[in-house]
Design a binder for this molecule. Sequence first.
Ligand SMILES: [Zn+2]
Length: 228
Amino acid sequence: MFFQLKKNVSDANKLLETNQLVTLTWGNVSEIDKDLNVIGIKPSGIPYSQLKPEHIVIVNLDGQIIDGDLNPSSDLETHLYLYNKFPTIKGITHTHSSYATSFAQSGISIPPLGTTHADHFYGSIPITRKLSDNEILYNYERNTGRVIYEIFSDLNIMPQDIPGVLVNQHGPFTWGKSALDSLENAIALEEVAKMTFNAKLLSNNFEAINQTLLDKHFLRKNGARATY
Ligand SMILES: [Zn+2]
C-alpha cells in the first residue's frame, strides 16, 4: 500500500545525497497525501544509498505509524506542524547543507541579490528567532515548526512565495508542491546561500535587487500568469 507515496519520498531522499546536500544522515524529506491524510517520511538512521520505498514510514496526521517497520525521522513533529499550519504545501525537505546552515548559524537572513534567488524566492529567506530553553527541553521538534510558522506570520509571508526558511542555530527547511519540489527548493536555497556568501566576500557594498526585477523573475515563473 501507499506505493507511489513511498516511491516519491524514497526518490527525493536519495536525491539529497546525489545533490550533496547532506553529510552522514543529516537530512530528511517527506510528502503528504491529501486524499488519504497520510504522510510518508524517511526512517531515521538508514543511509540514503540503501534506502528503498519499502523503508519509508507512513504516519497519520497525528504522527501515529500506519505502515512501516522502522522509526520515522526524529524531525517528524516539525514536518507535521508545518503541514498543519501551511495547508498549501505537499512536500518538506530538511538539510544541514553547508552554506544555508552557515547563514542559519550566523543568524542572518538571505537577501535577494540576483535573479537566481528571485526565480525561486519572492524576497529574503527569513531566519527564525532562537528557541528558548523551555522550547528546547519540551516538544523541541514541534517548537521548531512553531518558530517557522511564527516568522512567516510576523512578516506576513505566504509559504508558496518564499518556500524556505533558516532555523536559527540549526539549518534550512524548504517545502513545495511535492517531495521532489521541496528538494529542488533545497538545492536552490543552498546555491543562493553560496552565491550570497561569495557576494559578501567580494563586496561590502552590494544591494538587494529592486522590486521590479524581483517581480519580473518570480512572477514569470511562479505567478498566476507564469510564462514557463
Ligand atoms: Zn536538523
